[in-house]
Design a protein around this ligand. Structure first.
Ligand code: DGL
Length: 273
């Protein structure tokens, strides 16, 4: 039996990834789940993010999904390894759960000439050091400078990302990042919410600094993954349909989602746990 690809985030951010997946793999079906009732994840403990993410993954499996993408850096940083190594072998050895940190780390070093990259992310992602660990595998010469941006997700989730008040926090975190090194020539937006702040971030970037978002990187990587794993691709249904679920209020989700996804959507409510 075939089923949609599951796409998960703590809230709306994963929609910036889903938008690119849909562009590159339009024939596939997707189910998006935002755990809005318990977002943000960025400041929560390892144990909590792991527990919440595992509940979401099991929910996708209950919907029949064979492949789930954690379109959330925080969940990828804090839960993915445990789920892949400890849970999947018992609960669903034939199913796959993938994250966004590895595909981003596989290519990020190609963007830098100075070998100094900035990672802007949630506190949880920064504290996990996942980017330092992953990038060192693919680009051992690249220096990684991390900056936690705890105010960015609340600004975005509350629709303040294009208002003048956001400038203070955009400039503030960029200043902190560049105070670590003036040699940074590439910045990864290592939180799937952050593309909404792209215009403002660009307006404060020193000339020549590249700003990299994850959507097309993750989509490129999924295209390759499905080519290499036809046994997984065969289990993915292909009618070009997308369903949206949230653990919070469906109408509120519908209103906010279009700024992340670029078009109007219809959402349903679901409970986890
Ligand atoms: N979108 C999530 C990420 O990529 C973080 C949002 C949150 O803090 O819940 O890390």
């Amino acid at each position: 039996m075939s089923a949609p690809i599951g796409v998960f985030d703590s809230g709306y951010g994963g929609l910036t990834i889903l938008k690119e997946l849909k562009k590159q793999l339009p024939q596939h079906d997707y189910i998006y789940l935002g755990d809005n009732a318990r977002a943000p994840y960025g400041t929560r403990s390892f144990e909590t993010v792991y527990q919440y993410t595992l509940e979401a993954v099991k929910w996708f499996f209950d919907q029949g999904c064979s492949l789930v993408i954690l379109a959330c850096n925080t969940a990828s940083a804090k839960a993915l390894r445990n789920i892949q190594q400890l849970d999947l072998p018992h609960i669903a050895p034939d199913k796959r759960v993938l994250g966004v940190i590895r595909p981003s780390s596989e290519v990020l070093g190609n963007y830098t000439n100075s070998n100094h990259v900035g990672i802007m992310a949630t506190l949880g992602t920064v504290q996990s050091d996942s980017y330092i660990i992953e990038l060192s595998k693919f680009f051992p010469k690249v220096h990684v400078h991390q900056q936690a941006c705890p105010m960015w997700v609340p600004l975005i989730e509350n629709g303040e990302y294009d208002k003048p008040g956001a400038d203070y926090f955009v400039k503030g975190y960029l200043d902190e990042l560049f105070s670590q090194s003036k040699d940074i020539d590439t910045i990864l937006l290592a939180c799937t919410h952050y593309p909404l702040l792209e215009a403002k971030i660009k307006s404060y970037l020193p000339e020549g600094v590249k700003l990299v978002s994850q959507g097309d990187i993750v989509a490129d990587s999924l295209v390759k993954y499905l080519q290499i794993h036809p046994e997984i691709d065969q289990k993915c249904s292909k009618n070009g349909k997308i369903q949206f679920y949230t653990t919070d209020n469906a109408q509120t989700f519908e209103k906010q989602a279009s700024s992340f996804f670029g078009q109007k959507i219809e959402a349903n409510h679901t409970d986890l746990a």
